[in-house]
Ligand binder design. Structure first.
Ligand code: MG
Length: 250
């Protein structure tokens, strides 16, 4: 069931989104060679808790941290670890959720650690731009397939592939609500987009093939072929005046 939000609920979601966006920005500022993914997770958790919010991911399905930190060939759901120190040239995807006064903000960004290769930078640029292509398609009158196809068209034209096994989602009082929001699709197909829908659009884009697999820890998702992967996400409200990004830091 898709829950349409009132303007009051959208305001509450913007508050939760702001906290998650600021936590993500702090995480990005901490990405440096020699820093452990565990330290970045601590920064995220401390900031969210200082705001009177709670880290949505902590304990979700048993996830042991407040941020998912996914380096290089890790697509999503990387578990922060004290022994995992970042190196110059890494690309570091950080996914952060904050729950505040009953609503969730969910966002992700891939940060370069020091100087990264042109290959890595091009992948990050294309994935970020594909997110905004998807957001631009998130308007009343369109359908869900218009979002996915906008993302897919943009990245496939540049030789990248869209992860199929994981998708975006509705977001609101719960982190994962209906509908599922694939990053691929057919224009004009799928659920009609209505004002009051709130969705997390989150392209996960691989430099190589689209196939992924989950490591034995049950969480870490990696590219099957070992290629780099990038991940960008915003929580977005569909309104009669167009898409509104809920996860902005200011
Ligand atoms: Mg999400």
């Amino acid at each position: 069931m898709i829950v349409l939000k009132t303007s009051r609920e959208l305001a509450a979601m913007r508050d939760a989104g702001r906290i998650s966006a600021r936590a993500l920005r702090l995480a990005g500022e901490a990405v440096e060679p020699g820093v452990s993914t565990w330290e970045i997770d601590r920064i995220v958790r401390r900031y969210i808790e200082e705001q009177g919010a709670s880290p949505t991911f902590l304990g979700y399905g048993g996830f042991p941290a407040s941020a998912c930190i996914s380096v290089n060939n890790v697509v999503i759901h990387g578990i922060p670890h004290k022994d995992q120190k970042l190196k110059a040239g890494d690309i570091v995807s950080v996914d952060v959720g904050a729950t505040f006064e009953g609503y969730v903000g969910d966002n992700a960004w891939t940060f370069p650690c020091g100087d990264v290769s042109k290959e890595a930078r091009d992948l990050m640029d294309a994935t970020r731009e594909s997110l905004f292509e998807g957001i631009r398609a998130a308007r009343t009158g369109n359908r869900l397939g218009d979002i996915g196809s906008a993302v897919q068209r943009y990245v496939e034209a540049r030789g990248y592939s869209v992860v199929r096994d994981f998708v975006g989602h509705g977001v609101g009082a719960k982190m994962h609500e209906d509908p599922s929001v694939p990053n691929y699709g057919t224009p004009g197909r799928g659920v009609r987009l209505l004002a009051g829908m709130t969705i997390a659009i989150e392209p996960m884009i691989n430099a190589g093939g689209h196939r992924v697999r989950t490591l034995p820890d049950g969480w870490t998702v990696v590219t099957q072929d070992g290629s780099l992967s990038a991940h960008f996400e915003h929580s977005v409200a569909i309104t009669k005046d167009g898409p509104v990004i809920l996860t902005l830091p200011d």
